[in-house]
Design a protein around this ligand. Structure first.
Ligand SMILES: [Fe+2]
Ligand SMILES: [Fe+2]
Length: 304
């Protein structure tokens, strides 16, 4: 169906343990609207995750449930099932931030309605005849998930190492949400790409779907940040601009433009494999110490 790359992606030696969903819960009562103190731009740039991920990760789960019957490798199948459990929990955890934003005067509904439409209608199931057209659309979406997961792993690795957020007094509950999620993204970073390679792996499809995913993410992200800043009830929150983004990257409270630019040739390299980026050990260490993850573990082992 697609061209085959002469060089095959090879995973790094390190392996992840069996994937499991951690049934976390967060209490948002004490989290201020600007949870990075005095920095509404960076706060809202990161807050865009709460707009995109509930619908986006629900869509991952929807697509992957359709893919399960096509997986011939039992180990990959187990990884995909673990991935589905983790992404469903991520979607729910970010969704639960939205009522808190609304209570603080920032109603996200006008934006999330558009994101819901994008994932449920534009990227949803289409009435296609069985056979090649239906399989083509499924493979296209599997490749899109792999491209998006390159960025969730990138962001997960970034937030695990973003010490400037601690130094600037970022809210500990929001940091724990972001780092618990980020750590699980690093933990399962190879699953979507391995699935794509297992089912297709065509290089042209990888490039095409990366271009679609990257363009959509940049568009949705800058639009989401502008939406939040325009509707923030606080005075003098400023405006979104690329210059502000570059400055926040220099302060260490957002990823740098340079790191984002470098992520592009990484994914487009014919020898790319997600296991070469990020640290499973660091992710597991965070999950062993995360307040939300350890409370979830205690509830599980306590038989709750
Ligand atoms: Fe996730
Ligand atoms: Fe993920």
């Amino acid at each position: 169906m697609s061209n085959t790359a002469p060089l095959r992606p090879q995973p790094a030696a390190s392996e992840h343990p069996p994937l499991k969903a951690r049934n976390v819960a967060f209490d948002w009562a004490d989290t201020p609207l600007h949870w990075i103190p005095g920095d509404p731009f960076s706060t809202h740039t990161i807050n865009v995750l709460h707009l995109l991920l509930p619908a986006g990760e629900r869509w991952f789960v929807h697509v992957y449930k359709q893919v399960l019957p096509h997986i011939r490798d039992p180990r990959l199948r187990a990884d995909v099932i673990g991935f589905i459990g983790q992404e469903a929990m991520h979607s729910q955890a970010h969704d639960e931030v939205l009522p808190h934003l609304k209570a603080q005067g920032l109603d996200p509904a006008p934006y999330t309605a558009q994101v819901d439409w994008l994932f449920e209608k534009l990227l949803g199931d289409r009435t296609l005849p069985p056979g090649r057209p239906r399989r083509w659309w499924l493979l296209e979406r599997v490749a899109l998930v792999a491209a998006i997961e390159h960025y969730t792993a990138f962001l997960g690795d970034w937030v695990l190492n973003a010490r400037a957020l601690d130094a600037r007094g970022a809210d500990p509950t929001m940091l724990d949400l972001l780092r618990w999620h980020g750590a699980e993204e690093v933990e399962h970073r190879s699953v979507a790409f391995d699935l794509f390679v297992h089912l297709d792996g065509g290089y042209r499809r990888r490039v095409r779907t990366w271009a679609t995913a990257f363009t959509a993410l940049v568009f949705l992200w800058q639009r989401g940040t502008r939406f939040f800043l325009a509707n923030d009830p606080s005075p003098d929150v400023g405006r979104a601009s690329f210059r502000e983004f570059v400055r926040a990257g220099r302060r260490g409270v957002l990823p740098t433009a340079g790191a984002m630019a470098r992520s592009i040739p990484q994914y487009l390299s014919r020898t790319y494999h997600p296991s070469h980026y990020g640290s499973t050990e660091q992710a597991m260490a965070y999950l062993a110490a995360s307040p939300a993850a350890t409370a979830a573990e205690a509830r599980t082992t306590g038989g709750a």
